[in-house]
Design a protein around this ligand. Sequence first.
Ligand code: 6R9
Length: 572
Amino acid sequence: MNMQRIEVKEGNFNLKDYQEAYKQFDWEDVKKEFSWSETGKVNIAYEAVDRHAENPDKADQDALIYSAPDREEHVTFSQLKKSSNQFANVLSSHGIEKGDRVFLFMPRSPEFYSAFFGILKVGAIAGPLFEAFMEQAVRDRLEDSEATMLITTPELLERVPYSELPHLKQIVLVGEDPETNEEGFIDFHKEMNQASESFDMEWVDLEDGMLLHYTSGSTGKPKGVYHVHNAMLQHYQTTKWVLDVKEDDVYWCTADPGWVTGTSYGIFGPWLNGVTNVIVGGRFSPENWYKAIQDHGVTVWYSAPTAFRKLMSAGEEAVKPFDISKLRHIASVGEPLNPEVIAWGLDAFKLRIHDTWWMTETGAQLICNYPAMEMKPGSMGKPFPGIVASIIDNEGNELPPNQMGNLAIKAPWPSMMRAIWERPEKFESYFLNGWYISGDSAYYDEEGYFWFQGRLDDVINTSGERVGPFEVESKLIEHEAVAEAGVIGKPDPERGEIIKAFITLNEGYQESDELLEDIRQFVKKGLSAHAAPRELEVKDKIPKTRSGKIMRRLLKSWELGLPTGDLSTLDE
Ligand code: 6R9
């Protein structure tokens, strides 16, 4: 790799001195950006949609560009205000009130966003689900949240065991001609057509609930991460400074709203900033994605390492036929961003890919690379102003630079989860000495850059050396034959654990003993002898979650023949 650091460029966050900006920052100042700091009336739907619809300069700007193989639609802020009002009226007429849980189980579409904001406008709590969930995953989430209403499509209804969910009283069907004779079924289009376009918004408290995101740990059932309207402060400010949006940008976040990235930055971040938001339906392919960037003139793009790696493996040839010259800023989240991917981005797009670190529980970005900051490839960057991050030991003491430990954040911050649904003891277990414990292991260097090592459960201890799977995976994919890699520790009587790597090969490469040995030597020379995988196995696919995370615990269960635990978030 040729670059240790990559130089800065201009951005919204232009205060030359990060330390100074960090010291001066105050969340109280961000409040002044919102009208509720004067009126006292709060609803995130107002700030994201209605506020722009009421502004003559913005009302007719596209809020949404929806683009799927069979459908393309532009929705202005004014139209989104009206359609979400209509849905809020539908909800009200069926008795949905503040605090009720209303879940969405449907593909992204203009209807999805009208429904989503309709839910928020009545003060209810939205629960978005991945459309690919199967019955058990849907059941677990609706049961735990005691959701009273579900919005879904006739096609997906067969995966909803509604007769076995006593709290679920009503189902809204979004479809061409849904059969809604059964009691409790509501025809979305029919009722929307009859509903008024004006609605008296339910003004709520900053600390009132707006979102329930279910997330799976390595063990046990998925947990409901509960977020409140106050999160808007951080959605707004991080989108402005880290994703660097400006009013005339065309922004594309590739994440599904079933994943927190698809709500915090696929919905709230761009719209709180009044930016045109592109939503692309259909399947991933390098051609479809580059075409979307070209056709809609995308300027700011937020995606995930798994996608960038796929694009990288398709090669620079795949991007050549498309004009993506409007693109000016790229960011990444969900997994560590391999330095190799950053180097490739500099070649293929002539742009830096900015890594950002955060979690479902944190609600918004916490540790980031900013346009106006020097980047060290492989580092997730520095804490956002207003955020105190550190590395602590298991007793809650802060560690000095360059020591691996628990990545922790001083609680609270605006977008922090406020509860785990109905599980107060689980919520408490996240905190130690006033620190939120992320479950990730990391260290920071003398210059305050944070370096991700792995989920704590994933860190490998081989002959007394702690090895983060990420650095081994990153080195592996630098090898020309390797497309993707997942690395685990495999119990070994002599060494505690040995490193086992699962890899997929790039097109044109055949598995052979020589090739595997070559890859091993490549890691040994490039990283260290103790980090070189003792075992290498070629797979067709590396198992990943729907948000693109390598499921190392699944690789491990397979390897050891152990039960696989909750697999609801496993991608097909
Ligand atoms: C937003 C999101 C959270 C976990 C997190 C960490 C991993 C996310 C990362 C990253 C390294 C990054 N993660 N971003 N690891 N570098 N930039 O992904 O939320 O789905 O809850 O996952 O993802 O392990 O703890 P969520």
